[in-house]
Design a protein. Structure first.
Length: 305
C-alpha cells in the first residue's frame, strides 16, 4: 500500500506542471524577480508627462498614479499634478483635497507658489502631489480672462522645479476628460504626452482629434511637445476583441506603444477606495507587476530626441 504522503507529493507535482493556475503563479514569480533585479536609470533633467485622452474611462488617473508610484518605489523623485476637478488622483495618493484645501486652482488662478501647495503622498517617501479640489471646476471659465491663460501651469511648474532643493525626476499631469483650457495648460507645461488606450470597442474613437489638437499646440504654443508613450489598458487576453485592438494600435503607433499591457484587475479598481495605488495596496498582484514593468519601460526609453 502506498503512503498517502507519496500520493500527495505526486499530485502536487502534477498540479505544478499542468494547471493554468500553477503556470500563472510561476510567471508572476518570474516577473517579480525580474523587477526586483532591475535598476532604473534616472533622467538628468525632469521628464514632464501629460496623461491625456478626452475619452472617459480609459484609465488616465489610474495610469498616472500607478506609474508615479512605481517610479517612486524604484528610487525616482516624482510629482503628480492633479488637474481633474474630481480629484481622483489626490484620493489615490492619500493627500488632503477637501474644498478648503489650497490646491492647483490657487496655483493657476491666484498665482500661489507651487511650493506652498505640494503635499507629500503617504504612499512613498519620494512621491508628491499637487492636489485638486472642486474649485477647479470653475477654472475653465476664470482662465478665459487671465493674461497668458495657456501658460499659467507651465510658469508655475518651471518656477517650482527651479527653486526646489531636491531635483524631481518625473512630473505626471493628470488631465480631465476634455480638451479645454485646463488640458491645454497641461500640454503647454509638458514635453511628453502619454495616452492610455483601453483594449475595447471604440478604443481609437476620438484619438485622431486628440492628436490633431496636440499638433496644433506643438505648432503654436509648445514646440517641444511630442507623443512619446501609448499604454494599452484594461486588457483581457481571453477576448479576440482585446487582441485585435492591441494589434491595431501597435500597427498605427509602432514606436510609441509600450510592450507592457495593463490587465483588467479587481485589485487596481479596489486600491483607490483605500487611498492607495495598487503598487502599495497589493504589490504582488498582476496589475501592480504590469505597472512596475511599464514604469521600467518608460525609464529605459528615456526622453524623445
Amino acid at each position: 500500500m502506498k503512503h498517502p504522503e507519496g500520493n500527495l507529493a505526486n499530485s502536487t507535482r502534477s498540479f505544478d506542471e499542468t494547471t493554468p493556475l500553477a503556470r500563472e503563479i510561476a510567471e508572476n514569480t518570474r516577473r517579480r524577480r525580474a523587477i526586483a533585479a532591475q535598476t532604473l536609470p534616472l533622467p538628468s533633467e525632469p521628464r514632464v508627462f501629460t496623461v491625456a485622452n478626452q475619452k472617459g474611462g480609459v484609465g488616465k488617473t489610474t495610469t498616472t498614479v500607478n506609474l508615479a508610484a512605481a517610479l517612486a518605489r524604484e528610487g525616482a523623485r516624482v510629482l503628480v499634478i492633479d488637474l481633474d476637478p474630481q480629484g481622483n488622483a489626490s484620493t489615490a495618493l492619500g493627500v488632503e483635497h477637501r474644498a478648503d484645501t489650497v490646491s492647483v486652482y490657487d496655483v493657476i488662478i491666484n498665482d500661489v507658489p507651487m511650493s506652498d501647495v505640494v503635499q507629500k503622498s503617504s504612499e512613498f517617501e519620494a512621491l508628491y502631489c499637487l492636489p485638486a479640489t472642486i474649485h477647479l471646476a470653475g477654472a475653465e471659465i476664470e482662465l478665459v480672462s487671465l493674461v497668458a491663460r495657456e501658460q499659467r501651469l507651465r510658469t508655475a511648474l518651471d518656477a517650482f522645479l527651479d527653486s526646489t532643493e531636491d531635483d524631481f525626476h518625473y512630473v505626471f499631469i493628470d488631465c480631465p476628460p476634455s480638451l479645454g483650457l485646463l488640458t491645454i495648460n497641461a500640454f503647454v507645461a509638458a514635453k511628453e504626452v502619454l495616452i492610455p488606450i483601453q483594449c475595447e470597442y471604440y478604443a481609437l474613437e476620438g484619438l485622431s482629434q486628440l492628436l490633431s489638437n496636440i499638433q496644433l499646440i506643438e505648432r503654436h504654443l509648445n514646440p517641444d511637445l511630442a507623443v512619446s508613450t501609448i499604454l494599452l489598458t484594461m486588457y483581457d487576453s481571453r477576448t479576440n476583441l482585446a487582441n485585435q485592438v492591441v494589434k491595431d494600435v501597435r500597427d498605427h503607433f509602432p514606436d510609441q506603444v509600450l510592450h507592457t499591457l495593463i490587465p483588467r484587475s479587481v485589485r487596481i479598481s479596489e486600491a483607490p477606495s483605500y487611498g492607495q495605488t495598487v503598487i502599495s495596496y497589493d504589490p504582488n498582484s498582476p496589475g501592480s507587476l504590469s505597472y512596475l514593468e511599464a514604469a521600467g519601460e518608460i525609464a529605459h526609453r528615456g526622453a524623445p530626441q
